[in-house]
Write a protein that binds this ligand. Structure first.
Ligand SMILES: [Zn+2]
Length: 117
């Protein structure tokens, strides 16, 4: 049975990580993947890209079910998508920090702040 987290028993750094997780989780978008900027031609012979001024496109690449998939990010979405990708990574790092704290409690048989005993 789970007990509420007794925050007073958490280390200062773990409290910091947990409050950042809560803050991010309640205010941000999350998008897993890697952004990839590519330059290419559109194939129209009279376009400026045929003179070497290539079109730049931003793609979000993501592994899903063991396969890579990608999606083009429209210019108007690029800032928002960049933030969501960064926030996903930050949240993942913060959760990893909290997981590491719990690993150490398990390794050292330290009483968990989650347990009532
Ligand atoms: Zn073109």
């Amino acid at each position: 049975m789970n007990s509420p987290v007794r925050r007073a028993k958490l280390s200062a750094s773990e409290r910091h990580f947990r409050s950042r997780i809560a803050q991010l989780a309640s205010t941000r978008w999350f998008l897993r993947g890697t952004l990839s900027e590519r330059a290419g031609t559109c194939g129209k012979p009279n376009c400026r890209c045929a003179q070497g001024e290539l079109h730049r496109s931003l793609y979000l690449v993501q592994s899903q079910g063991g396969k890579l998939r990608q999606i083009c990010v429209p210019h108007a979405w690029q800032e928002r998508v960049r933030e969501a990708v960064n926030d996903y990574r930050t949240l993942q790092e913060l959760i990893e920090e909290v997981s590491e704290s719990e690993w150490k409690r398990l390794r050292d048989r330290t009483r968990s702040p989650f347990s009532a005993a």
